[in-house]
Design a protein around this ligand. Structure first.
Ligand code: 6GU
Length: 248
């Protein structure tokens, strides 16, 4: 999978050199490009934001640096004298073209199911907004040219999209075949079957007066499976009843 990120804080993504995703990059399973939005500004101050039309608090990210940066990634000729950028030179128009994702608290909720869907894609492009958001015409323009999604991590507000994109890349990246060493470890996790995961234990069998549940030491695999399933259901009922199918 190819992943491109546009941000005003490229160093933020240095941590993607580490851990499982770093290994996946070294082995070529994930190809990453991090792009500085300010490289596509032409004024002395490299400004990427301006005051909102209509007034109000905060600043809005200007459309031009976004257009230039995204066009450079998409490999299009942005010159309106030679092409109509709304309708021609459209490598992202096809269903199998890149998906452009803007992290936004106003977007669709990011879920394990969405992570799974996105892990099947060839090319994801993340546009990290800051300030009060990006000029709406950027989303509108690229929606005319291809697949664009606004995606939210949850019902709280972050200062910008960077942390959200990091979380999404980790959730998506580990689902790409080969990234996680033992694929079986992906199967029994929270959210994969709609339930939270069961509690896990390792040696010693007794620690600070707390014993491992005896069934796990019994060697009875049928009984262990049943116990783990019960634990999943009990935990989900207690912590996340909203995940359980409705009974009425
Ligand atoms: Cl994706 N972006 C920002 N800025 N805030 C968020 C979010 C995303 N998801 C939850 N809060």
């Amino acid at each position: 999978m190819r992943i491109d990120i546009v941000t005003i804080f490229p160093e933020f993504f240095d941590v993607l050199d580490l851990s499982l995703l770093g290994k996946a990059r070294q082995s070529g399973l994930i190809e990453l490009g991090v792009h500085n939005l300010r490289d596509h500004t032409h004024d002395r101050h490299h400004s990427v934001d301006d005051t909102p039309y209509g007034g109000g608090a905060g600043m809005v990210m200007k459309p031009e640096p976004w257009g230039a940066s995204l066009d450079a990634i998409l490999g299009t000729d942005p010159d309106p004298a030679t092409t109509d950028p709304a309708t021609t030179g459209m490598p992202i128009a096809a269903d199998d073209g890149p998906i452009l994702i803007f992290p936004s608290p106003a977007g669709d909720q990011f879920t394990q199911a969405m992570a799974r869907e996105l892990s099947l894609e060839q090319h994801l492009i993340f546009g990290c907004g800051r300030y009060e958001g990006i000029d709406q015409r950027v989303v509108d323009h690229y929606s005319q040219r291809g697949r664009v999604r606004l995606v939210s991590l949850g019902d709280y507000v972050l200062n910008g999209g960077e942390v959200a994109v990091m979380a999404m890349i980790e959730a998506i990246g580990r689902l790409i075949p080969g990234v996680v060493g033992n694929p079986l470890s992906l199967v029994e996790e929270s959210h994969e079957d709609g339930l939270l995961e069961y509690p896990s234990y390792t040696k010693p069998a007794s620690w600070r007066g707390l014993d491992v549940p005896p069934v796990l030491l019994s060697g009875n695999h049928g009984a262990i499976s049943i116990w783990r399933r019960q634990q999943q259901i009990e935990r989900t009922e207690r912590v996340r009843p909203d995940l359980l199918p409705r009974t009425i």
